[in-house]
Design a protein. Structure first.
Length: 137
């Protein structure tokens, strides 16, 4: 995952706590043209929004303009959800481990079935026992 923009300390701590540093590159702020160049290389765009019914984010419009499938972790009601319900290849899911695991598993299986490379151990990402062992060692 390539994270472009301001890093948030609590999220960085979660990444470290679960030993996910090899899967997440934090680029920081980039000029808009560089952001677009990064986005066109993306398989998916991640959109995480707050609990405001009328919240919009320019990130969503960048993803839509570039025809990048969107994984949106948002409330199921609201303007973003209504827009994305009309968009092919967008996934609206609740902010809980089961929903996130399910959609990432489905995406992974879809890529594997199409013989596309996917260098992610999806089960390993959410395996609490595995992460507990790593943090103890």
């Amino acid at each position: 995952m390539n994270w472009v923009g301001k890093s948030e300390d609590h999220v960085v701590q979660i990444i470290k706590q679960h030993n996910l540093e090899e899967y997440v590159q934090i680029a920081g702020f980039l000029p808009y043209s560089d952001v677009i160049n990064e986005l066109v290389k993306s398989d998916y765009g991640l959109l995480i929004a707050g609990d405001h019914a009328f919240e919009l984010t320019t990130k969503m419009f960048d993803y839509l303009a570039l025809n990048i499938p969107i994984i949106a972790i948002i409330k199921s009601e609201g303007l973003i959800s209504r827009i994305l319900s009309k968009v092919k290849n967008s996934y609206v899911l609740a902010n809980n481990e089961e929903s996130i695991y399910t959609i990432l598993s489905n995406i992974y299986l879809e890529k594997v079935s199409k013989n596309q490379s996917c260098n992610i151990d999806i089960d390993g990402l959410f395996d609490r026992k595995k992460h507990a062992k790593k943090s103890v060692n």
